[in-house]
Ligand binder design. Structure first.
Ligand code: HEC
Length: 106
């Protein structure tokens, strides 16, 4: 393998490991401000606030990072993610992904 490919593989595996490190208990503790709109366990009762419960973890991470970067534009959420660290985002994403939410019956 070329050195560059090796370094890329190493960086990717590090990123994946870091991803796995979200802590749902910490996420729950950090979710109190989110609960006002998204519901206590992410099952929002108001259609204009999306349900987060049971949503894919990586989708949630991606959405929160996009609000932070401004690639997904929403003035309400832009304000909410301002002070979140990467660890906060991982913890929140893992917490909401583990809640029972909408699911499809096959
Ligand atoms: C004041 C109300 C409010 C609060 C508080 C709030 N949100 Fe949101 N959230 C919204 C609205 C409105 C949207 C839809 C925005 C859009 O269309 O992009 C949203 C969208 C999201 C999405 C994208 C959902 C999807 O299906 O794509 C995520 C993830 C999210 N919020 C997480 C959080 C987290 C985590 C917190 C707490 C740190 C939080 N929100 C706090 C109102 C709120």
């Amino acid at each position: 393998m070329h050195m560059f490919q090796y370094m890329l593989a190493a960086a990717l595996s590090f990123a994946l490991t870091a991803h796995a490190a979200g802590n749902p208990e910490a996420g729950q503790a950090k979710s109190t401000t989110c609960a006002a709109c998204h519901g206590e366990d992410g099952n929002s009762k108001v259609p204009s606030f999306p349900r987060l419960a049971g949503q894919n973890r990586d989708y949630l991470v991606h959405a929160l990072q996009a609000y932070q970067r401004g690639t997904r534009k929403n003035p309400i959420m832009a304000e909410q993610v301002k002070s979140l660290s990467n660890q906060d985002i991982l913890d929140l994403a893992v917490y909401y992904a583990q809640q029972k939410g909408v699911y499809l019956k096959y």
